[in-house]
Design a protein around this ligand. Structure first.
Ligand SMILES: Cc1cc2nc3c(=O)[nH]c(=O)nc-3n(C[C@H](O)[C@H](O)[C@H](O)COP(=O)(O)O)c2cc1C
Length: 199
């Protein structure tokens, strides 16, 4: 199983990357291959006039990352009450190519409040693009849940992140379970199922 991780933070000691590090470790222990999504720094502002064939290289790399993944985990910071704009911009490039369609996805956010707005916004755009959002997690006050090297040490958070890997695995193996997890996750986030697969 190939898991792609997408970190929406440029921070050197990113709490969101710390969440992904746990997911990475748990997934590798299960024998999965884990790959960080392409050259994210190189993604320019979305321009709908750019044709699929003329897409910048970094965009093509990100599309390829998603298209070859069995599952994708997005860790997105919340800034000013919304998802990091840079991350949403990167995902806007995926609408036309359909690169997220039918992908199994999870959304996590580490931030002061737990980032419910970031989680909701990213889950919604993923759902609109036809992804199956099977898990979502907000981690509040991450500074209290890390050791002095920045690693997540809070037992409850470690348990929730481990559970997410389990959900991704179940969803990839069983379509009924995938639907169940998607319905539960989107329902909890207040995203109508009818918002799925508009792209
Ligand atoms: C400009 C700015 C705005 C922020 N706005 C929010 C916010 O709206 N909600 C929230 O939970 N945290 C907010 N935070 C706190 C960040 O979520 C927190 O710093 C988080 O650790 C950033 O993610 P990172 O460590 O992965 O870079 C904000 C931080 C900054 C610098």
């Amino acid at each position: 199983m190939q898991l792609v991780t997408f970190c929406g933070s440029a921070g050197e000691r990113s709490a969101n990357q710390a969440l992904l590090d746990v997911i990475d470790r748990v997934a590798v222990d299960r024998g999965w291959t884990v790959v960080a999504a392409g050259d994210l720094d190189g993604i320019p502002m979305f321009d709908p006039a750019v044709g699929e064939d003329a897409a910048p290289r970094a965009v093509t790399m990100l599309r390829n990352s998603f298209e070859t993944a069995d599952a994708v985990v997005f860790a997105i910071p919340e800034y000013g009450g919304g998802a990091a704009g840079w991350a949403k911009n990167a995902l806007d490039w995926m609408v036309g190519s359909g690169s997220l369609h039918d992908r199994i996805a999870a959304v996590v956010c580490a931030g002061t409040t737990g980032g419910p707005n970031a989680v909701g916004q990213i889950a919604r755009t993923l759902a609109w693009q036809g992804a199956h959002v099977v898990a979502a997690l907000g981690v509040a006050a991450p500074v209290t849940k890390r050791d002095d090297r920045g690693r997540i040490i809070d037992e409850s958070t470690l348990g929730s992140l481990t559970e997410i890997v389990g959900f991704l695995s179940e969803a990839s193996e069983d379509e009924v379970r995938r639907r169940e997890l998607t319905t539960e996750t989107l329902g909890r986030l207040g995203i109508p199922l009818s918002d799925r697969t508009r792209a």
